[in-house]
Every structure is written in structure tokens, then in C-alpha cells.
Design a protein around this ligand. Structure first.
Ligand code: ATP
Ligand code: MG
Length: 445
């Protein structure tokens, strides 16, 4: 993408109303625009990152054997009357009446609708296990929308629902979600710690929240610092192997890590003092096992192997897709701007032309741009007629992990400069070597 043909409305000044760094940088980098309290347009740069985050979520859900689909944003109130949540949900639910005076709502979550789909089409243990998910906009009329996309009213969520014949199978689905979530967050460059949580209006007794440590997080967290060293990495996981998946969950949930809602001071005090940490965290996901809460209320049953009919065992599992952008920025930035992890960056690399209009420099930049494209890498090429300082400031603000700087002086020696946004280190090399290096960094992503 050539910057002169793109739409990147960068702001020079700090927006006065943005209290936390991710919100400030998302506004300044021209990623989002607020349309109403807690409701945002995703401008091209923000949209690219959002799509990238979504793609990782899809890949890891499908890897775990979960099946993508799409349910609507608007739901009939009658489904929610069946579960009893139409009244329970309170003012967070946006209620709408259509022209025929039918009660509708903008979905804050989808347990009722998915249970309705299940009961209409599935009736036998032979069709299980089944996990369906979608990535769809939700609406919760939050009392205090704030921190940009972090606590929006309209926000994008991945929500998945497992259906299983018995408790053991449903707990395996729970564990599968935990492991797939760990991998999802790691691919986004995040350390998200599963913490034992208290169940909210979704209900259920087995639940973990995933928290990214950040001073601006809304949850108070208590943890053993050793938990932050755990990594899933690239190990191969057989998601059908119950013992293996349960083993990984045990590895990640044995050390003490809880939010204030489940904190137990006497257990916490048993951690060696040097490792006892109190901090703040951003909730980027939550998994629930709730058994037959919805299937009983809504009559979703299956025939088991011995011929009896039982309510299906369920759980639901959410990832805050749009919130993740804020969380990633909170975890990865400096005083000049965002530092995107390679896994989610809007563009893999930026090209800065130091002397726009100089025939040789322009030609070198064009060549570089095309050579990267030939390797499937779309660079953001700053081809504006601007000072070098302004170009660097824009690149630093929008946070592409790599920058290739091209100018007449380097070109005289056949060299361009490759710079890491994270370390600030630069290296001179030929344009061909820079292309190879970038291709290597992104290989397999
Ligand atoms: P919170 O406690 O932050 O209000 P929640 O526990 O009510 O969130 P869940 O029902 O667990 O939310 O939804 C799954 C995920 O969706 C959350 O872990 C979070 O990442 C994201 N999410 C929830 N509410 C919002 C919101 N208002 N704006 C952006 N993301 C949200
Ligand atoms: Mg939650």
C-alpha cells in the first residue's frame, strides 16, 4: 500500500479524552473513530489489525476441532424468556421493538440461540461432541463505556459453545478451549494467564478468565510470578487426547493466579514472598462449563448409547476480539507509539523513502515494494513528499515491527537500512538481503 493512496488520518495532538495509552494511540494512529459512547468505526489501519486478530482466533479454533458459523446480531426476546434471562440481564441488554411490536434485542451473547439451533437439529449422542462458534458483534449497554475499544458497548467477540453427552466430555471441551486460547494469545505476542474466576450471569461453576497483565487493567489480580514464565510455544497438541490436553491445563493452572473475586489470602500467603505479586489485568477471554443450565430450561436433549434421553452438557467460551487490540497495545508500546508483534501487525514492514522525487531513490523503493509483494508481503510504502523526521514519526506511531529506509547516500553503496521498531537497532544491507530477512521473519505466519 502506498501511503499517498491510503487513508491514514494520523493525529498530531494527544486526544484529550483518552485516558489510557492504547486508546490514545489507536486514535492518534487513525485506527478508530468514536461514533457514539462505546461505539466505533474501524478505520482502514485498525480494520487490518482487527481482521488479523480474527484470523488467528479462527485458525486456532479450527485447529482444536471447533466449527465456525455465524448467528445474527438481533435476536427474538422469546428465546431469552425461555431461559429466564430476558428479565435477569437487566439494563445492559439493548431492547428493540420491531414494526410488528415484537420484542427483539441486540445480542450480548448467544447461549439461547445456539441451544435453539442445537435442539432443532441434533438428538443423538452419535452427533457429539460438537463445538460451534462464531465471531460476531455484541452489544452491552455498559454503564461506563471507556478506554476506547477496551470497554465498548458494541464490540466484537468470539463465542463458542460445546455440546457433549456427559460431564467428562464437556470438561474435555473446556480444557480444549483453555489450550486453544493459550495458543491464540501467544500468537498475538501476549502472555494471558488463566485465572480462576467467579461466574457471572452466564452461570456455571467451572470458569477461568484469561488476563493480560497491565497497569491499566480493570481487574485486580493476585499471582505467583512463576506463572508468567509458562509458555505453550510450538508444541504439537493432539486436541482429541483428553489426558494430554488436561495435562497442559494442569501445568497452566496449578500455580496461584486469581482475580479479586476468587482471591484467597491464606493460599496466597503460602507462595514464597519474592514470587507473591499483586497487580492489574485486562480480561481478554473467559471459559465456562455450566452443564445443563440452558439445555434443561430449553429442552435440548440427546439420546445416549443406552437409549435414555438426557439434557445435553454445555459450556461457553469467549474471546474479546476487539478488546484484544487495546490489550496488545497496552502490553507493547513505547513513548513514540505502538509496537505491533509480528503476528498481528497491519503491514509486515514499512518502506521510508528519504528523498521522494529523486529518480534513483524512487526506483529503488518501487523495486523493493514489488520484491516484497512477490513474496506475499504487503509493505506500507511512505511515498509522501515529507521530511524524513515526519515519516519516521508516523512509522513509529503506527508501530510496524520493521522499517526499510531508502536514501541516496545508502544507495550509493548499494545499501538500504533495516530497522527493528522494538529494539531500534538498524543494519545496512542490500535491498535483496532485506527482502529475504523480512520473508524469513514472517515465514509460516
Ligand atoms: P467484563 O468483566 O470485562 O465486563 P465479561 O466478563 O462481562 O467482561 P464475558 O461475558 O466473559 O465478558 O465476554 C467474553 C469476553 O468479551 C471478555 O473476556 C472480554 O474480553 C470481552 N468483553 C466483554 N465485555 C466487553 C466490552 N464491553 N467491550 C469489549 N470487550 C468486552
Ligand atoms: Mg468474563
Amino acid at each position: 500500500m502506498r501511503l499517498t493512496r491510503y487513508f491514514l488520518p494520523v493525529l498530531k495532538e494527544n486526544p484529550a479524552d483518552a485516558q489510557i495509552v492504547s486508546h490514545r494511540y489507536m486514535l492518534r494512529a487513525g485506527m478508530i473513530r468514536q461514533q457514539a459512547a462505546g461505539i466505533y468505526s474501524w478505520l482502514p489501519l485498525g480494520f487490518r489489525v482487527l481482521k488479523r486478530v480474527e484470523e488467528i482466533v479462527h485458525q486456532e479454533q479450527m485447529r482444536a476441532g471447533h466449527i465456525p458459523m455465524l448467528m445474527p446480531t438481533l435476536q427474538p426476546a422469546d428465546l431469552w424468556r425461555e431461559s429466564g434471562r430476558y428479565d435477569d440481564y437487566g439494563q445492559e441488554m439493548l431492547r428493540i421493538r420491531d414494526r410488528h411490536e415484537r420484542d427483539m434485542l441486540y445480542g450480548p451473547t448467544n447461549e439461547e440461540m445456539i441451544t435453539d439451533i442445537f435442539r432443532a437439529h441434533v438428538g443423538s449422542y452419535k452427533d457429539l461432541p460438537l463445538t460451534l462458534y462464531h465471531i460476531q458483534w455484541k452489544f452491552r449497554d455498559e454503564m461506563r463505556p471507556r478506554f476506547g475499544v477496551m470497554r465498548g458497548r458494541e464490540f466484537l467477540m468470539k463465542d463458542g459453545y460445546n455440546f457433549d453427552v456427559d460431564r467428562a466430555a464437556a470438561l474435555h471441551a473446556y480444557n480444549r478451549h483453555m489450550v486453544s486460547y493459550l495458543r491464540t494469545y501467544e500468537r498475538m505476542g501476549l502472555t494471558a494467564i488463566p485465572m480462576r474466576a467467579a461466574s457471572g450471569p452466564i452461570g456455571g461453576d467451572n470458569t477461568h478468565e484469561f488476563l493480560v497483565l497491565a497497569a491499566t487493567g480493570e481487574s485486580e489480580v493476585f499471582y505467583d510470578s512463576a506463572v508468567t514464565d509458562l509458555k505453550l510455544g510450538n508444541r504439537a497438541v493432539d486436541y482429541d487426547n483428553r489426558a494430554e490436553v488436561a495435562g497442559i491445563c494442569k501445568e497452566f493452572t496449578t500455580l496461584y493466579a486469581r482475580t479479586d473475586e476468587t482471591h484467597d489470602a491464606s493460599l496466597f500467603d503460602q507462595i514464597p514472598e519474592a514470587r507473591r505479586k499483586v497487580g492489574r489485568g485486562i480480561e481478554v477471554g473467559q471459559i465456562f462449563y455450566f452443564g445443563t443450565k440452558y439445555s434443561e430450561a430449553m429442552g435440548a436433549t440427546v439420546v445416549t448409547a443406552d437409549g435414555s434421553r438426557v439434557p445435553v452438557e454445555m459450556g461457553s467460551h469467549g474471546i474479546g476480539v476487539s478488546r484484544l487490540l487495546g490489550a496488545i497495545i497496552e502490553a507493547s508500546h513505547d513513548d513514540r507509539g505502538i509496537i505491533w508483534p509480528e503476528g498481528v501487525t497491519p503491514f509486515p514492514v514499512g518502506i521510508v523513502n528519504l528523498k521522494q522525487g529523486d529518480a534513483a531513490t524512487d526506483a529503488a523503493c518501487d523495486g523493493l515494494y514489488k520484491a516484497l509483494a512477490a513474496k506475499g508481503l504487503e509493505a506500507l510504502y511512505d511515498d509522501r513528499d515529507e521530511r524524513a523526521g515526519a515519516k519516521f514519526a508516523t512509522m513509529d506511531l503506527i508501530g510496524l515491527p520493521w522499517r526499510i529506509t531508502v536514501g541516496p547516500r545508502g544507495l550509493a553503496n548499494g545499501k538500504v537500512e533495516l530497522t527493528s521498531r522494538r529494539t531500534g537497532e538498524s543494519e545496512e544491507m542490500t535491498a535483496a538481503a532485506a527482502v529475504d530477512r523480512i520473508a524469513q521473519i514472517y515465514a509460516g505466519r
